[in-house]
Design a protein around this ligand. Sequence first.
Ligand SMILES: [Zn+2]
Ligand SMILES: [Zn+2]
Length: 365
Amino acid sequence: MNVIYPLAVPKGRRLCCEVCEAPAERVCAACTVTYYCGVVHQKADWDSIHEKICQLLIPLRTCMPFYNSEEERQHGLQQLQQRQKYLIEFCYTVAQKYLFEGKHEDAVPAALHSLRFRVTLYGLSSVELVPAYLLLAEASLGLGRIVQAEEYLFQAQWTVLKSTDCSNATHSLLHRNLGLLYRAKKNYEEARYHLANDIYFASCAFGTEDIRTSGGYFHLANIFYDLKKLDLADTLYTKVSEIWHAYLNNHYQVLSQAHTQQMDLLGKLFENDTGLDEAQEAEAIRILTSILNIRESTSDKAPQKTIFVLKILVMLYYLMMNSSKAQEYGMRALSLAKEQQLDVHEQSTIQELLSLISTEDHPIT
Ligand SMILES: [Zn+2]
Ligand SMILES: [Zn+2]
């Protein structure tokens, strides 16, 4: 294989670092189409996203082959656009997952890639760029770089203002991030305004009881919590829990029925599924464990609320096929129910959950 080094590039074409766009000094030896200013950015990019897309970049970054006919050329172009679209979504999901896991540094290179592919495919003023700006803003906020976050949000806001075809989903995400920015700046008035807008637009796009709307309620609840308006916070945390409970319970019911049938028919285990992508699973874990922490601080007064969240986490981990985590949360729910001497029915539903999980541990073969 012919390895291309930066110096061998035709005159006039300057190669830039994938991460910071400074002049490049290194090239990825695996794909030979990706350049870096130095080993630090190469490693950062590799750990974040490059390892996952290295080989996929080759057809995007090498010259288009010579086509014999217009038909072939069109086909080639279509394929290229499909690859770009795939990478836009893939990098977006990877970055989002890092954000939900609190790994803000890792999210940056993946988010930058999603942005760059969007620029290539849609141009600089397209509203398609907004979701990537928002990821970068959120990562910057997480890293405490408030000025940089504001810049990305300004770009996003400006693009939305100029556009006539911005979806409700995008409006919702923009307001959510503005809400987070103002919360970081402790401007609670503005933060509340934007989060209320987030909920409004998300409800228009997905409905009021959708998991994609729950993020807005959750962040608004956090604001009330910060402001010590605990009743309002409590109501919203309950709403978020109920939305996730309804969603997961639905999947769980379908599954536990299919589960028994499948076992009988095939004598093997049914594959579990949350119906969520990786980023949504990470979001669910983050939201629910954070509500759990808040609930646990008042467990002595309202153990039912803590148990409710624990049961949702049991279902989530069960559906994610992490039975040891599911069991751990199940045991916690059970011991809390016994400790607080809750009624027998409550204890038996937790027992039921636990027995279903434990059959997972000893698969029938
Ligand atoms: Zn660099
Ligand atoms: Zn590579």
